[in-house]
Design a protein around this ligand. Structure first.
Ligand SMILES: [Zn+2]
Length: 512
């Protein structure tokens, strides 16, 4: 129950920080449809592509389009040869952003933000020159959680389900301090800071290294730092600690800002050295902007992690529209990071795991991605393009007591006004579960910048941390990079990069 309350808090945040704007001038579907079709489709937006536009996309169109992609790839090959070391590393993790989420969000953003049919639109990271497929399984699980996958991504070590910063030797059923100590693995942050503690991640952020050395920590979850909220319905720390006080005390004497609201966050200026902002309400893009504002001042470079954590939380409740909006916001933050940095920055975009989210039916091009497909099913019924293999959306759509439609006890999505108006509209889950589960298929990783050409093929998830080590000249793989030796022949390559920044979002809450 406590967990559910936390989720609702975060989803409230999601709505505040990423308002859902339906484009007002989109056309309603099927002007020439029969009266019966009109009635069926009046609840669906359409982002039409005309027959003339389709005819323009003939063989010369596609041969030219393919050639443009080839030129882009060749140019990126040249660029990747120019920089052998990443001065800065930014890793964006879309929590639960599986490949179907990327495809649907691409169409969603093209339709909602630009009024186009959507399929041809490119998200910011769609245009990255390098990508790979990533195997996400935990060492003991076919379908992973966020704990084991985060450990793989940030330490280079795959591990068990529910394990954070520990290898397979540590099992939660065996409480053994020695085994626990031996199981600890260092993260990409530790590789640079040469320190690690792994108990309570919120306490680690504030009391121990690497957390207390971070220059920027922004995100939701201030109650998990023991901060007193101005409302009562929230999760509290069982140990009663107030870690925001601990943080301010440990940074006394330096120029710091504790920002618990947007006004305080806006006070960040060129003099600000440290920022703790468990604010909850600014957008991911605003937080990324503030983080880069501080981190770019350093001469030695930085590492920044940005998590789009609310994609996962929306999917767990089958809130497809919200997941799309959060992915669009995530993409906006990536665009900002590209504009704020140069070619010496390695930017990686990936997901920790997927969801049971799917895009189905034979919808025509330009069909509302949040809408329904027609002429499918037996008997023929409209059904939603976006659906889940499981989740609480089952209960919303399954209506067996609706006697007027006893032979087909499912809600008719084509006349459901909630679908257009409710940001928390639940898409259908085929099997009833309280929370929709993660998915186990591969996710994607996209990369641009120094050594990004080494992101290719089908890789294990832990490889990403090792690639960061290699490219950034810190950690266990720095010796493999000949360019690191040229710069730091005495083996002091870890000083090349100050790991100085991180954004953690719902990692503070839990790892489901
Ligand atoms: Zn999850």
């Amino acid at each position: 129950m406590e967990k559910s309350v936390c989720m609702l808090l975060f989803l409230t945040v999601a709505v505040n920080c990423a308002s859902i704007n339906m484009k007002e001038d989109v056309a309603l579907i099927n002007a020439d449809a029969s009266p019966q079709q009109q009635n069926k489709t009046q609840f669906q937006y359409k982002y039409p592509i005309t027959n003339d536009e389709i005819l323009q996309q003939d063989k010369s169109f596609w041969l030219n389009a393919g050639q443009n992609i080839l030129k882009r790839v060749l140019q990126s090959e040249e660029e990747s040869q120019r920089y052998k070391i990443a001065k800065n590393v930014i890793i964006f993790v879309g929590d639960g952003m599986g490949i179907s989420t990327i495809t649907a969000a691409r169409i969603y953003k093209g339709q909602q933000k630009f009024g186009t049919s959507g399929e041809e639109y490119d998200l910011t990271f769609d245009k990255f020159p390098n990508s790979a497929l990533v195997k996400t399984y935990n060492v003991d699980m076919q379908v992973p959680d966020s704990a084991g996958t985060a450990t793989a991504l940030f330490t280079g070590v795959k591990t068990r389900y529910e394990a954070v910063g520990l290898d397979v030797n540590c099992n939660r059923t065996i409480v053994d301090k020695d085994v626990y100590e031996r199981s600890k693995v260092d993260s990409i942050m530790v590789w640079a800071q040469n320190a690690n503690k792994d108990t309570d991640i919120a306490r680690q952020l504030v009391e121990d290294t690497p957390g207390k050395k971070f220059k920027v920590i922004l995100g939701g979850g201030q109650q998990h730092l023991g901060h007193t909220m101005d409302y009562t319905d929230y999760c509290t720390r069982q140990d009663g600690l107030n870690l925001t006080n601990t943080w301010t005390e440990s940074h006394a004497g330096s120029n710091y800002i504790l920002a618990t609201n947007n006004e305080q966050l806006n006070m960040v200026n060129d003099e600000t050295e440290y920022l703790l902002g468990p604010t909850g309400t600014p957008s991911l893009t605003d937080m990324t902007r503030k983080a880069l504002h501080i981190l770019k001042k350093g001469e030695n470079g930085f590492v920044l992690m940005v998590e789009g954590g609310l994609i996962d939380r929306a999917h767990h409740k089958n809130y497809a529209r919200l997941a799309m909006e959060e992915t669009a916001e995530f993409d906006k933050a990536i665009s900002l990071a590209i504009n704020e940095t140069g070619p010496e920055t390695l930017i990686i975009v990936t997901a920790d795991h997927s969801h049971t989210f799917t895009m189905e039916g034979y919808s025509k091009r330009g069909n509302d991605i949040l809408g329904f497909t027609e002429k499918a099913g037996e008997p023929e019924r409209p059904f939603l393009t976006l659906a889940y293999a499981n989740g609480p959306g089952f209960n919303y759509h399954y209506t067996p007591t609706n006697t007027s439609n006893a032979t087909f006890p499912w809600r008719d999505s084509s006349i459901d006004e909630n679908r257009l108006n409710d940001p928390y509209y639940q898409h259908i889950g085929a099997f009833n579960t309280k929370d929709e589960t993660h998915g186990g298929e591969d996710v994607a990783v996209f990369a641009k910048g120094p050594n990004s050409n080494l992101i290719r093929g089908v890789i294990e998830q832990n490889y990403i941390a090792l690639l960061i080590s290699y490219s950034g000249c810190f950690g266990p793989q720095a010796d493999l990079n000949p360019a690191c030796h040229k710069v730091a022949p005495s083996g002091t390559s870890t000083s090349l990069v100050n790991i100085s920044g991180i954004i953690l979002l719902p990692l503070l809450i839990n790892f489901i």
